[in-house]
Design a protein around this ligand. Structure first.
Ligand SMILES: Nc1ncnc2c1ncn2[C@@H]1O[C@H](COP(=O)(O)OP(=O)(O)OP(=O)(O)O)[C@@H](O)[C@H]1O
Ligand SMILES: [Mg+2]
Length: 399
């Protein structure tokens, strides 16, 4: 029996792409099991030109290793990693929602109301806090640094939960240092000044990046702009020595206390920032009433109505296709079972070809032989009796 090509690792149906980043494409997927079990997942695979590259495969593997240690509602759950042929796939929970980048900078984007922005960033900070505190299987602190906190790497669900994703360049104990040597990874506009100046990334650097994201939500603008033709290096002097305006200079109705919280997060000196993601989140909560997840969910539904409706249609069509595929597979498996051999005591018993049972044929042949032997024996007895009878008659006649 052949396995259909679009089934990965024997369990996951691979659907259409739903998004793509710098390194990978994310597809819809569905994991299924007998008896109608089926669950939609998201499957991340390397872009075509990176497939087979040991360095990029190690990035995916490390992403899975670190992210799977963080069980938190504000972090996209990593469920599995599978290899099919020469490709590696990372399986995650599928989030019905929209990336923060699209929500703020997309066609229907713009400034986010302070309460809403605070609700979103507090969720991101909670996820970050869980990542920062995560421990390995041996109970040892992993000291994870995400290194790529940005609006592109936050997805806000229609359930109102902001979730951090993409631990592709995250750093943690046990990570292969060689692949990182001498490379600046991440997006310049969210990298803390000390990292752009060549220092090692730290958890306080993640808090700085979260502060940039918060500033951008409040103002609806990018804090640091790339140069002509998207030149990223032009961002560096702005980050390292440029003046940063408090968000209230770009958006109405923001209290001074909130300005102070954002600016503390954006401090150039790492030690002047918050001590932890949780402390940062609590400082925000002290400034204003943060929006509930109910309201955040409503906001996502309203801002991303069109893409969400398109995704719903895509999901429906994919589920239908995946269900049909699953039924076909179950039927094939059931077909194979009906012709399967009966449990035999002999582990070396010959296996059977589909469409005919070898064991059954052997059993029938044996029975037939027994019947013929029985007949032969019975004939032999009758023949002997007949001979005795003839001999008796001849004897009587001759006497
Ligand atoms: N689990 C998920 N559920 C739904 N959408 C997702 C999921 N994971 C990722 N996405 C979407 O796919 C996009 C790309 O994902 P991700 O950031 O992990 O890829 P990447 O190639 O590593 O990105 P980068 O450009 O940061 O290198 C995200 O911005 C998000 O919109
Ligand atoms: Mg990304």
């Amino acid at each position: 029996m052949t396995v259909p090509e679009d089934i990965l690792g024997g369990r996951y149906a691979l659907g259409d792409p739903i998004a793509s980043g710098g390194m990978a494409t994310v597809h819809l997927g569905r994991v299924s099991a007998d008896g109608g079990f089926g669950r939609i997942v998201a499957i991340k695979r390397l872009q075509d030109d990176l497939v087979g590259s040991p360095e990029h495969e190690s990035v995916l593997r490390e992403e899975a290793r670190l992210a799977s240690r963080i069980g938190h509602p504000n972090v996209v759950a990593t469920l599995d990693i599978v290899r099919e042929g020469s490709e590696m796939f990372l399986v995650m929970e599928h989030v019905v929602g929209q990336s923060l980048a699209q929500l703020v900078f997309g066609s229907n984007g713009g400034k986010v109301e302070a309460k809403m922005a605070a609700g979103v960033i507090c969720g991101v900070l909670e996820g970050l806090n869980a990542a920062h505190l995560a421990r390995g299987g041996d109970g040892k602190w992993l000291s994870i640094v995400h290194r790529d906190v940005s609006p592109e790497n936050v997805i806000v669900g229609v359930d109102g939960l902001p979730r951090l994703l993409d631990f592709g360049i995250a750093q943690g104990k046990g990570r292969d240092q060689v692949t990182r040597a001498g490379q600046l990874k991440g997006k310049f506009g969210y990298m803390p000044p000390e990292v752009l100046m060549g220092e090692e990334a730290t958890q306080r650097g993640d808090l700085y990046a979260a502060a940039v994201v918060f500033w951008e939500m409040l103002t609806g603008e990018r804090l640091f702009e790339a140069g002509p033709n998207g030149r990223q290096v032009d961002i560096i002097p702005q980050v390292v020595e440029g003046k940063i305006d408090p968000p209230s200079t770009r958006a109405d109705g923001l209290v001074a206390q909130l300005d102070a919280v954002v600016m503390k997060g954006l401090s150039r000196e790492p030690h002047a920032r918050y001590e932890s993601a949780r402390e940062f989140a609590m400082a925000i909560e002290d400034c204003l009433a943060v929006a509930s997840s109910r309201r955040i969910g409503e906001w996502v539904l309203q801002r991303a109505a069109k893409p969400l409706a398109e995704r719903a249609t895509q999901l429906e069509q994919f589920e239908r296709r995946a269900e049909q595929l699953q039924s076909r597979r179950e039927a094939m498996a059931a077909g194979a079972r009906t012709v399967a051999p009966k449990a035999s005591d002999d582990p070396n018993a010959p296996t059977e070809a589909p469409g005919g049972s070898l064991t059954e044929a052997l059993r029938l042949a044996g029975a037939e032989k027994k019947r013929r032997d029985g007949l032969r024996r019975a004939l032999g007895v009758w023949r002997s009796l007949a001979l005795i009878l003839v001999a008796c008659v001849v004897y009587l006649l001759l006497r």
